[in-house]
Design a protein around this ligand. Structure first.
Ligand code: ADP
Ligand code: MG
Length: 622
């Protein structure tokens, strides 16, 4: 067959194959267009999971009637001028509308502020319909019906109405976070409906929008990020270590306002939390990067979801550094959600964290039903305290005699603690973790602040402190290394060898002595002593990969941190050791002074705090 030019429709359908994967991609493109047009309101309606209908209405600038035909012509855009390196809009390829129009029945109705009437154009499976007058307010409505009717093969890949609706809802949420001052509504089938009222563009408005999307409990369980490095600005909110998810879907990232899914950013988030989260848990994050458009390439992928940074190491370092710093600054705050869970568990009728409001009500009702003077939990119709106490093996009516005796004899330091209740103890009450009062079950320090009771897991806390100390030692001076008897020669692609050589100074600081060994090879003469017998070949290859991907040597740092963690675990106070009052107080003070000590190395809380007010509520005193 001779070479010939593809038809316009064929070209557009090929483009559609890349740009329009599913109904959610249509929604994404149309919403981006509305935002680029400066809309303050974006209304989205779908039917049949978006396959039957997607309609997006905005109150933006509108399209002048003479330009309607261009809007659906390939490579026609009002957004890109002469400079591909200076992209400030969400769209720039002039590809979305013609692509969608080649595989569906699309119509655009639009009216500009200047125009005194609206006009409409249509395109069906690539066939353009004539422009005709229409009635509409200022702004644009784009309607897409029968998506993929012209490419039935694509239709077969759709996952069903529910899955498509929820993908659409995700797309809208993702983009809405970046535009807090815009009102978004999404109406469709079943559970995918959304209503996000406009907030404002400032930091507060942004957090309000984030809460609308991520849930009202996120602001309370997150820390603000605000950092700048070499002209790259990072802002946003990240969850405290005790607020996690089983997957990384709740990690939103934006580059100059554009939602992106970026491996580098995801990796940086993982790295930042590596210390405080177990492997299978994921932080909840919203991060906004803003930087000169000239140093980031958004023209990487047809769906514009990928980006390339000119200096990936800088971006990774900024994210890891800023999140770690923020976590460190707020370390001691990290444990309060644990207490919320515990209160909820004690509370009758409140099976989950979220149920606290209900829990209160039923508790109050039970309390009133049983009379106020002699409350008898066992006889009360609802036995309000059953859940938690039974589960914990408590008796309903007071402590058993044995327990009482055991408690009095004091596993502990209670005498010491009482002795220390003088003036010094009085000031300790004002400290975050308060004054130590007792040690119970040979592992839990019970402390008291002015308005709360604090329970510290002494083993977990100590492990964390030792770990932080080891890490500090590790990062503040060159890491001790051991000479290899024979240097290990590693053959690598030349680019990798070159990259490793370029980082040899940093690597040396971490105890890895590496140098060029002719073309396509490096020689390793020293390894970090902490690593012991290690697979040098594998380590060096991993490092080369990482430098290629991210331009950093995090891998080595992370490995050393992990070893520090293991050593810390072995070197810490095992539970079971009795502590004197001064020792307990010293531990508490050290925790307060150590960033990150709110969680142990495995991400569990090292202490929980019960507010006096909550305790009183449990006892029906409030
Ligand atoms: P791109 O967004 O990359 O420019 P599109 O195919 O998505 O390409 O849109 C083509 C052009 O149509 C845009 O550049 C813009 O001028 C116009 N347009 C599309 N949607 C709207 C809208 N909702 N409001 C105003 N103009 C629009
Ligand atoms: Mg567009």
């Amino acid at each position: 067959m001779p070479i010939r030019q593809l038809s316009e429709t064929m070209i557009n359908q090929i483009a559609a194959g890349e740009v329009i994967e599913r109904p959610a991609s249509v929604v994404k493109e149309l919403v981006e267009n509305a935002l680029d047009a400066g809309a303050g309101r974006v209304e989205i309606v779908t039917a049949g999971g978006g396959l039957n209908l997607v309609r997006v209405t905005d109150d933006g600038s509108g399209i002048p009637e003479p330009e309607l035909a261009l809007a659906i012509a390939r490579h026609c855009t009002s957004k890109l001028t002469e400079d591909i390196n200076d992209i400030r809009s969400l769209g720039f390829r002039g590809e979305a509308l013609p692509s969608i129009g080649s595989v569906s029945r699309l119509s655009i109705r639009s009216r500009t502020a200047a125009g005194d009437s609206a006009a409409e154009i249509g395109i069906e499976g690539g066939r353009v319909l004539p422009v005709r007058p229409a009635a509409a307010n200022r702004g644009t409505t784009v309607e897409v019906r029968d998506l993929f009717f012209a490419t039935p093969a694509r239709l077969k890949f759709m996952k069903g109405e529910r899955a498509e609706s929820s993908a659409t809802s995700d797309v809208v949420k993702r983009i809405a976070i970046a535009f807090p001052a815009v009102r978004f509504t999404l109406a469709g089938s079943d559970r995918s409906t959304l209503e996000l009222p406009a907030t404002d563009d400032g930091a507060e408005g942004s957090l309000r929008r984030i809460a609308q999307v991520m849930g009202a409990d996120f602001p309370d369980n997150s820390i603000a990020i605000n950092a700048m490095r070499e002209g790259v600005h990072l802002t946003g909110h990240v969850s405290i270590p005790s607020f996690t998810r089983a997957n990384a879907l709740q990690q939103y990232a934006y580059v100059n306002g554009r939602p992106v899914r970026d491996k580098l950013i995801a990796g940086a988030i993982r790295g930042a939390y590596a210390d405080v989260l177990p492997r299978d848990r994921h932080a909840v994050t919203v991060l906004f990067l803003s930087l000169d458009p000239a140093i980031v390439d958004v023209n990487v992928h047809p769906a514009k979801a990928d980006v390339r940074f000119r200096d990936p190491g800088l971006v990774r370092g900024l994210i890891v550094g800023a999140i770690r710093q923020a976590l460190a600054d707020s370390g001691i705050r990290a444990a309060t959600t644990g207490a919320a869970g515990m209160m909820a568990a004690f509370r009758p009728g409140a099976a989950s964290y979220g149920g606290s409001a209900n829990g209160h009500r039923s508790y109050d009702a039970a309390y009133r039903a049983s009379g106020t003077s002699s409350f008898d939990a066992a006889r009360s119709p609802q036995r309000p305290l059953d859940m938690g106490f039974e589960g914990a093996g408590f008796e309903h009516r007071g402590l058993r005699e044995n327990d009482q005796a055991a408690f009095d004899a004091g596993p502990l330091a209670s005498a010491d603690a009482r002795a220390g209740q003088g003036e010094a103890a009085e000031t300790l009450l004002g400290a975050v973790l308060g004054a130590a009062r007792a040690q119970v079950h040979e592992n839990y320090i019970v402390a008291q602040t002015r308005d709360s009771l604090v329970i510290v897991d002494q083993h977990a806390a100590h492990e964390r402190l030792v770990y932080e100390a080891l890490k500090n030692a590790l990062h503040s001076r060159p890491v001790p290394s051991q000479m290899l008897l024979l240097p290990e020669i590693i053959d690598l692609p030349e680019e990798d060898a070159e990259r490793l050589a370029m980082h040899s100074e940093t690597l040396a600081r971490f105890g890895l002595g590496i140098e060029r060994f002719g073309p396509g090879a490096v020689a390793v003469r020293e390894t970090p002593s902490m690593l012991g017998e290690t697979n040098v070949q594998q380590l060096v290859r991993d490092l080369a990969d990482e430098i290629a991907d991210n331009d950093t040597v995090e891998t080595l740092k992370e490995r050393l941190d992990k070893i520090a963690a293991t050593m810390a675990c072995h070197g810490s106070v095992r539970s079971g050791r009795l502590l004197k009052a001064e020792e307990m107080n010293a531990l508490l003070r050290q925790m307060e002074a150590t960033p990150g000590s709110g969680t142990c190395n495995h991400g569990r809380p090292t202490y929980i705090e019960l507010k006096l007010a909550d305790i009183e509520r449990l006892f029906g005193r409030r």
